[in-house]
Design a binder for this molecule. Structure first.
Ligand code: GUN
Ligand code: ZN
Length: 441
């Protein structure tokens, strides 16, 4: 058994539903004890220390740390890592100008492996221990990512993108070949160790009705897989999908009609969904991945989080970096953008709600909250240890903070990768920040 000690933050429920007082646990001096990849004990150090077997090593991170469940990224494209920060286009042009040319390179497995390595290292540097990942149309792009993730021991979901129209021909599969290749990948990878398969029709713009129907059939036959796609990200996209599918009631109905809406579905963006669509997401148990840095970068819009989780029909919402339209692997930077998206909708996202979104909320969006996303005995031991004084400015500003809520808000507004001092995967240290040069003297 190994253990870490320091202040800790976790959630026992959904603060959007039940409030922070009933769901947020801030323990100023906690111990998280880990064995066999799981959390064996979590609680106040005074209660946990006597339970540890003699000789258990307890690594004390000190009172300026914060131990949390690892961050969860519900929407990200690893093959877009090489094109992050590409200038000057909105969604549909951006796909044609930057995304598709980059994704063509993933026919080469060596290129895919190099990118997957860098991508997963960036995730760990930022405290992200689980993500829901789009690969490219090439099955080998999926293999490259799963092989690297398996080596680290990550819990990770990913899938081969399905596209059979409106993209360069070298990036297209067919309804049948996409089905067959996805099924082969499911058989090889789904449920192997901690890995999960996500059936991944890119979006309605790049799939024919026949391909959406094949994806729906595949999901029906493999119902414990996740399903991920994009929806209602930009207004131009919504108008285009209406032209492509004139018979469907709305954008969500395009997916729903083909059997692609239900539990374990993760819909990226959803900025421009109307009320009937939100209601259907609620009744079906499907989730939205909120990707604020991407939405601002592409000029797509400001997602109304408060509306999505409205109490009479709450929709599951997770947080996504959406690399490479998203501009940062840092969950702090992503939460900062989420705050600003909320502000533009007249609401001020609280820091407590934001950290819930990045951990347990995102785990819940992926139907994994019984395994990851919180600190509790029996959960998988994926942790991030934050440094609450990671830069001279944060250090200085923290001296003025009177409450824990203020301290948390300072982190998400000013923090970045420098705030992550350690990341644990299945109880093992998977990333530790280099020598501490961030502090003021
Ligand atoms: N819609 C369809 N494909 C994509 C993609 O790769 N990125 C984003 N942001 N939106 C999409
Ligand atoms: Zn995306």
């Amino acid at each position: 058994m190994t253990a870490v000690r320091g202040p800790a933050l976790t959630f026992t429920g959904d603060p959007f539903r039940d409030g922070l007082d009933a769901t947020m646990v801030h323990e100023p001096d906690a111990i998280v004890a880990m064995a066999d990849g799981h959390i064996a004990h979590f609680g106040p150090a005074s209660l946990i220390a006597p339970l540890l077997p003699a000789g258990t090593e307890v690594l004390d991170y000190g009172r300026d740390a914060l131990i949390s469940a690892g961050f969860v990224d519900t929407h990200v494209h690893y093959p877009q890592t090489p094109m992050i920060a590409s200038h000057g286009a909105q969604l549909l042009d951006w796909l044609n100008k930057y995304t598709f040319p980059t994704e063509l390179k993933f026919a080469d497995k060596a290129y895919a492996r190099d990118t997957a390595k860098l991508f997963l290292r960036e995730n760990l540097r930022n405290g992200i221990t689980t993500s829901c990942v789009y690969c490219t149309v090439h099955p080998q792009s999926v293999g490259a990512l799963f092989e690297e993730a398996e080596e680290i021991g990550l819990r990770l979901a990913a899938g081969k993108v399905l596209m059979d129209r409106n993209a360069p021909s070298a990036l297209l599969d067919t309804a049948q070949s996409g089905y067959d290749e996805s099924l082969a990948l499911i058989r090889k990878w789904h449920g192997r160790g901690r890995l999960l398969y996500a059936i991944t029709p890119r979006f309605a713009g790049t799939s024919t009705p026949a391909q959406l129907a094949a994806a729906g059939a595949l999901w029906r036959e493999n119902r414990d897989c996740l399903m991920q796609t994009h929806i209602a990200e930009s207004r131009d996209e919504v108008a285009w999908i209406k032209e492509l599918f004139p018979d469907r009631r709305n954008y969500l109905d395009v997916y729903d009609h083909h059997g692609l809406c239900g539990e374990r579905a993760v819909f990226g963006h959803g900025i421009w969904l109307d009320e009937p669509e939100m209601h259907r997401l609620h009744t079906s148990g499907a989730a939205i991945a909120h990707c604020p840095t991407s939405n601002f970068f592409l000029g797509s819009g400001a997602f109304d989080l408060a509306r999505a989780v409205r109490k009479e029909r709450p929709v599951r919402v997770g947080l996504g970096t959406d690399i490479g339209a998203g501009t940062s692997f840092s969950i702090m930077r992503t939460l900062d953008a989420a705050y600003k998206a909320s502000q533009l909708n007249g609401n001020s996202l609280s820091a407590g709600h934001a950290y819930y979104l990045a951990t347990r909320g995102s785990a819940r969006a992926m139907y994994l909250d019984d395994k990851i996303g919180s600190l509790a005995a029996g959960m998988e031991a994926d942790l991030v240890v934050l440094d609450m004084r990671s830069t001279p400015l944060i250090d200085f500003r923290m001296n003025e903070a009177r409450t824990f809520a203020e301290q948390l808000f300072i982190q998400m507004t000013l923090g970045d990768d420098r705030a992550v001092q350690a990341t644990y995967v299945a109880g093992r240290l998977a990333n530790a920040r280099k020598l501490d040069t961030n502090r003021s003297p």
